[in-house]
Design a protein around this ligand. Structure first.
Ligand code: SDX
Length: 432
């Protein structure tokens, strides 16, 4: 079947340009415009990349209208119900779910890489006790590049073993570094990772154990966190993943590229929203104050954290899954009643009846409920985005691997519309 094309015609010159259409397995095809500037001397203009595909990927697929999210073709609902986070990590990295042997080998490798260099621990001493955990994550993860000099002359000469080592180290060390940031905030000693604990149980132990007493790991907390990590593992070319790809496109050290991703995730419009949701619920306080906040949204003086999404113009499937788990966690951990959860449910109910939200297709996203569960599990608010970063590290390294093996990829270097001053001469300072 011949390749589909589209014709672009310049009305001023009458010239036409035939542009190839690149088909996708599912979802919209893409009009390839890379020859446009060379042939027509014109750029495309798409702030925020609302209609722009930056790359070709096989990792995750989202359909925003249908509320579909699939990792390597598997629906998120099935993965959430039937797999562990490390099974999903293997799937995202290697392209399919592991056999039992493959999973055991993978889990063992991750466990073996979970310690951090002892001198890396001294980096935390440089942070004030109340440093935000995300600031510490950015600094310490970026400094992994000082320990692992994985500087590759070109993507071509990175071996599969090197890619795998980078991925396993980062997936393994992120929980250790995040828990260490939390311990630094508390002024408590760091707890070493343990080889006899599963990934999430190990993280909970590093977070909440102390040298003075053994910590009993709650199976419910382990199950809930496994699920939250699965839901946050990857999400196509979101802002932080695109940041990792752009940084990596120059061949930069991969650990430094992941630090760039953590930086972007921290923003309140992105992964920082889960922290903002709890602050927002605290500010609203009670159900009877919801209407006045909805009014503020309409006069643009307030944004509802946890609502809206660039892609999902229907319900974020992850929010649906998390909402159900919220019920269960709160029933088992509390007596089912949790004023903030009740407030969140009422806020969602009221917002989704309001024309302003329906018109703009603003639904709760993944961050709307996740913070409530984290809070119920004893995670402090300022650690919520760090939890997101632990999970999304899998997506970031999967995209780093995909980028370094993509024959089409080249250094990312967008163009711009220049609307500044025309050419002008410098006047002597006395005449300025
Ligand atoms: C994540 O990209 C991903 O995949 C991200 C993520 C992932 O897994 O990586 O899914 C994780 O980041 C989820 C999003 C978390 N962020 C928040 O919850 C912050 C609150 N939401 C927004 O700031 C906003 O909705 C964005 C950033 C998520 C999406 O922004 P867009 O697509 O650029 O939409 P927009 O800002 O252009 O808004 C369109 C309209 C505007 O109104 P009008 O100008 O048309 O009148 O909707 C309004 C906005 O004012 N709007 C909101 C709103 N979000 C959008 N109004 C009130 N509250 C909001 N939350």
């Amino acid at each position: 079947m011949s390749q589909k094309t589209m014709i672009l015609t310049d009305p001023d010159t009458g010239r036409s340009l035939e542009l190839p259409v690149r088909e996708s397995t599912i979802g919209p095809p893409a009009l390839e415009v890379s020859s446009l500037y060379r042939e027509f001397g014109i750029f495309t203009y798409d702030p925020g990349f609302l209609s722009t595909a930056s790359c070709t990927s096989r990792i995750t697929y989202i359909d925003g209208e249908q509320g579909i999210l699939r990792y390597r073709g598997y629906p998120i609902e099935e993965l959430a119900a039937k797999t562990s986070f490390l099974e999903v990590a293997y799937l995202l990295l290697y392209g399919d779910l592991p056999s039992e042997t493959q999973l055991t080998t993978f889990e063992d490798s991750i466990s073996r890489h979970s310690m951090i260099n002892e001198s890396l621990k001294r980096f935390f001493d440089g942070f004030h006790y109340d440093a935000h955990p995300m600031a510490m994550l950015i600094g310490v993860v970026g400094s992994l590049s000082a320990f692992y000099h994985d500087h590759f002359e070109s993507h071509e000469n990175i071996t599969q073993e090197q890619r795998e080592l980078v991925a396993h180290r980062l997936i393994a060390k992120m929980p250790t570094i995040a828990a260490a940031a939390y311990k630094h905030n508390l002024g408590e000693p760091f707890i070493y990772p343990r080889r006899d604990l599963r990934y999430v149980a190990n993280f909970l132990n590093m977070m909440f154990a102390t040298p003075c007493e053994r910590y009993r790991i709650s199976p419910l907390a382990e199950r809930a966190m496994n699920l939250l990590f699965i839901l946050h593992a990857d999400h196509e070319q979101n802002a932080s993943t695109s940041t990792v790809r752009l940084a990596a496109s120059s061949g930069a050290n991969p650990y430094a590229c992941i630090a760039a991703g953590i930086t972007s995730l921290w923003g309140p419009a992105h992964g920082g929203a889960n922290e903002e949701v709890l602050k927002m619920l605290g500010e609203i306080g009670t159900v009877d104050r919801i209407d006045q906040y909805i009014a503020k949204v309409k006069d643009k003086s307030f944004r509802l954290a946890g609502f809206g999404h660039r892609v999902y113009k229907n319900y974020d499937p992850r929010a649906k899954i998390i909402r159900d788990v919220c019920h269960r966690v709160l029933e088992e951990l509390a007596d089912g009643s949790n004023p903030q959860f009740e407030l969140a449910l009422r806020l969602e109910e009221i917002a989704l009846k309001d024309e302003y939200f329906l018109e703009r297709k603003l639904y709760p996203n993944v961050d709307f409920y996740s913070g409530i569960i984290y809070r119920a599990l004893g995670i402090p608010i300022n650690m919520f985005t760090a939890m997101f970063a632990i999970a999304r590290t899998v997506g970031w390294v999967a995209h780093w691997i995909e980028l370094t093996t993509d024959p089409e990829y080249r250094i990312g270097r967008p163009r711009q519309r220049y609307v500044g001053e025309p050419l002008r001469q410098i006047r002597p300072i006395r005449q300025r």
